[in-house]
Write a protein that binds this ligand. Structure first.
Ligand SMILES: [Zn+2]
Length: 98
């Protein structure tokens, strides 16, 4: 009885075009974050950085299943990981009063 009251106004919607998005890019294995990465994944099945680096310049090969070598991806990951993901650093970064 309680259950029917809780779910009375819910409607089950099945989207046949729903595509599950992984937590990390299947190419570079870096987290997929933000709406842009999600939109890019739906079209290219990779994150935006991988799209810009490989998928877009090699669009036909990419569509046919080509992917960069593991060595190339490892070098790309090394460069991406070295880029700071936020700008506030230092012991007083979070205690500024001005
Ligand atoms: Zn990627």
């Amino acid at each position: 009885m309680l259950r029917s009251a809780l779910f009375r106004d819910l409607e089950l919607v099945i989207d046949k075009n729903f595509k599950k998005i992984p937590i990390a890019c299947p190419v570079c294995d870096i987290l997929i974050v933000g709406i842009t990465d999600h939109q890019v994944f739906r079209e290219f099945e990779c994150c935006e950085a991988c799209k810009t680096q490989w998928a877009w310049p090699n669009k036909n090969e990419w569509s046919a299943g080509w992917r960069p070598s593991a060595k190339t991806v490892a070098e790309f990951r090394k460069n991406r990981i070295s880029v700071p993901s936020y700008t506030m650093r230092g012991k007083n970064a979070y205690n500024k009063t001005n």
